[in-house]
Design a protein around this ligand. Structure first.
Ligand SMILES: [Zn+2]
Length: 256
């Protein structure tokens, strides 16, 4: 595919040239990216050198999960504790920043829960099926490596586990709220913790790879009104699914 590559290289240099003006750079100096239009997902990789993996990476997320290989994988251990509700709208998502002391154990290593946030509709799809929303619980180990747990949210009954968060959703970009209530990420997880695993990336720029992805198989319910409430703030904030390339998705066969 040499031809394809050289076209891509031209597109890349053109894209970077345009971006050089920084006409749309944010205050941080990072290019301003969005979910549609000229700074949408198909252009992220060309917007800056820092975002290159978004366009050129071969292990990108999200993906459509289908044809997963059965394996008897060890359980993921969840050790979540309550946190004070510290919630922010960063212009791309609504994010709950987590106090230190909560973690998961994956492949014998502890990863601390740093934050969780929401995407509407879901970023991962299962056999082509999209879900109403998806929570990403972002964890980091001592070496700075990431493990993200994806929880799919399906339209259904109203889910009271989200009440405190939903009552305090920051409406505008850069709005933050520190509320004197506690929430526990544990209560947002499904009772059954079987999962898919694959190696992927951040789903937002800079789309860095080597992220351990764990997508829980069982969706949790949320009412249409609850889904609509966050969608009214974020609109759609899901990156389209990316090619699987040489990767394999595994699914654990154990019942938890
Ligand atoms: Zn995310």
């Amino acid at each position: 595919m040499r031809f394809g590559r050289s076209i891509m290289a031209i597109a890349l240099s053109v894209g970077m040239g345009l971006c050089f003006s920084y006409a749309n750079a944010s205050e941080t100096g990072h290019p301003h990216w969005t979910y549609e239009g000229e700074h949408g997902p198909e252009h992220w990789g060309k917007m800056s050198e820092e975002f290159k993996a978004c366009g050129e990476g071969k292990q990108q997320s999200p993906i459509d999960i289908s044809g997963a290989e059965n394996l008897d994988l060890p359980d993921i251990e969840f050790n979540y504790k309550p946190t004070q509700l510290n919630i922010l709208n960063n212009g791309h998502t609504v994010q709950v920043v987590y106090d230190k002391g909560s973690s998961i154990k994956v492949d014998g290593q502890d990863y601390q829960l740093v934050q969780f946030h929401f995407h509407t509709p879901s970023e991962h799809t299962i056999g082509g099926k999209s879900f109403g929303n998806e929570i990403h619980l972002v964890h980091k180990n001592d070496k700075g490596e990431l493990a993200v747990v994806g929880v799919l949210i399906e339209k259904g009954n109203e889910n009271p586990a989200f009440n405190e968060i939903w009552a305090n959703l920051p409406q505008k970009a850069d709005e933050k709220k520190e509320v004197k209530v506690t929430v526990n990420a544990e209560s947002l997880l499904p009772a059954t913790r079987s999962f898919y695993r694959y190696s992927g990336s951040l789903t937002t720029p800079p789309c860095s790879e080597s992220v351990k992805w764990i997508v829980l198989k069982t969706p949790v319910p949320m009412s249409e009104a609850q889904i609509n409430r966050i969608q009214a703030i974020m609109k759609h904030n899901n990156r389209p699914v990316q090619p699987l390339n040489e990767r394999k998705v595994t699914v654990d066969t154990a019942t938890h």
